[in-house]
Design a protein around this ligand. Sequence first.
Ligand code: SIN
Ligand code: CO
Length: 392
Amino acid sequence: MTSANSPRTLLGGLTPAQFLSQHWQKSPLLIRGALPGFVSPLEPDDLAGLACEEGIEARLVEEHGPDKAWQVSHGPFDEETFSRLPVSGWSLLVQAVDHYVPEVAELLEAFDFIPRWRLDDIMVSYAPPGGSVGAHVDQYDVFLLQASGRRRWQLGGTPGNDARLIPGIDLRILEDFTVEADQDWVLEPGDMLYLPPGVAHHGISDADDCLTFSIGFRAPSSDEVVTSFADYIGEQLGDSQRYGDSDLQPPAAIGELDDQAIARVRALLLDAIDRPEQMAQWFGRAMTQPKYLDQLIPPESPSDPNDLRAALESGSELAHSLGSRFAWRRLDDAQATLFADGDAIVCDLELAQYLSANPRLDAKVLEFPGSESLLAALVDSGSLSVPEEDDQ
Ligand code: SIN
Ligand code: CO
């Protein structure tokens, strides 16, 4: 526990516990030299290349677009799009770059003080000098890591849900944005800014090759929680469980929904949802749903657990597929439910812990009971695969 909670350069010298209690979901933190000497694993041209690929979520924001101000277009783009762009006034944003570039995914290891199932993705943006996506508010926690070039960040307090937005454009840009005192910084490569949800911010490219990595976290809305859990639990409640009123008294008025009726339906609802273990089973599935369902690529033929064992024993490795989500929930002292990309499998407790915490797996994983068959199931669902550099 001590090393997990020792001061981190990444957090400006705070321990993870201090960062979480003072800043997480509460207040911004500017961290100079969060990753000292950081060299971007990605060039602007690489980002443009990703934005031209089918199936990759990419957006182009043009302050003075061909059709309107603050025009947003969606990829895939082509050479022609990039060649018509002006020298300034635009940004290219590519979502989930950690799903495509292993060196970008490796950055996530430094964020081990936040449960991995809270992660959304690493979005990477490029903007020529002066480019921005306007002043806005996000609903999510984000670490904005300056990867190359410089970006000026300005913060404008917490405008609340009823803040006025510029009407008639594709983006939710704040109409009124006033920079707060001492909340105006130019970030250099390796500097990082943490923002909790709800803080108004404006990031303007200040130098060529401005690449910013947004390590973004997600939190389901109450609406999503209620709807998704209701769907899950609804499937398990039989048709015969119904509103009952065996205590019915002659009503004072035939059309009235009286307090007793409301108390009965309330009891039915509370009884249906107050099931912590079913809630855990649903939450694990929900929070490990892949960001892009079609990115799980199962192998053409089912894996043989014995072949997997032999391969690992002779030095091969397996790895979490890029973008795969793992979590686990203890069932008892020996067993757990492992959640992987929305599926649930009961397995050995220590195996579930080990698999979730180690994105790369070698023969050591075979020491846990039941590992071969679990590995085979995870390879067959596409959650585990042979790491890219080993895949000839
Ligand atoms: C950007 O990288 O251009 C925008 C990121 C953000 O403001 O959330
Ligand atoms: Co933002």
